[in-house]
Design a protein around this ligand. Structure first.
Ligand code: SF4
Ligand code: SF4
Length: 196
């Protein structure tokens, strides 16, 4: 009896002296390998223009049809991207994505890459549909913009952001109202068809 008690105390002392293998997630994050394929990032050029030209090649290359791109013509006075068009709406269903990276390979402007964020969890399914606002990298020049517009760039602050709250497809909170309506049917599969 005494020996067992001593053995238990010894095991407890050993555990207390050893380094914990747990971390204080999410405040602490484990290092991610440089080639890990986490949540996507949409990139900008140094001048703030978006690299994405709305060509939809990434959506075409995606084997599971989880990318939705809606392109619009650039306003020459306030171009969003250097091309004729830009992605007015860009969404990725992170629950359907298999993180294969084909979208990044298909992109002609290197606008989309796979980032280091692997914590793809949420309490609501609709929040796992990443919108353009979620994916687009911040631009340091944004803070110097006056009235929301950099000289010759971007969109007037008075013009609603095409993603989120201004989108005709978004819910009242500026998010898509649900999982199904956000990604239109891409495969003809009835499971992809948004509910009425
Ligand atoms: S990583 Fe693969 S599955 Fe995910 S969006 Fe890109 S192409 Fe589609
Ligand atoms: S991310 Fe690249 S491939 Fe996809 S629409 Fe934009 S420019 Fe085209």
């Amino acid at each position: 009896m005494f020996r067992e008690l001593l053995g238990g105390l010894r095991a407890t002392a050993r555990a207390m002296a050893s380094r914990p293998i747990t971390i204080q997630y999410p405040e602490e994050q484990r290092p991610v390998p440089p080639r890990a394929r986490g949540r996507h990032i949409l990139h900008r050029y140094d001048n703030g223009l978006e690299k994405c030209i709305g060509c939809e090649l990434c959506a075409g290359a995606c084997p599971v049809g989880c990318i939705y791109v809606q392109a619009a013509a650039n306003d020459p006075a306030h171009p969003v991207s250097p091309g004729e068009r830009y992605a007015v709406r860009y969404e990725i269903n992170l629950m359907r994505c298999i993180y294969c990276g084909y979208c990044t390979e298909a992109c002609p402007t290197e606008a989309i890459t796979m980032g280091p964020r692997l914590d793809l969890v949420d309490y609501k399914r609709e929040r796992l549909i990443a919108t353009k606002d979620d994916l687009l990298e911040a631009w340091s020049g944004f803070t110097t913009m006056s009235q929301g517009v950099a000289p010759g760039l971007g969109r007037p602050a008075s013009q609603p952001t095409p993603m989120g709250a201004g989108s005709p497809h978004s819910g009242p909170a500026g998010r898509a109202p649900g999982l199904r309506p956000v990604i239109p049917a891409a495969s003809g599969d009835p499971a992809d068809t948004p509910p009425a």
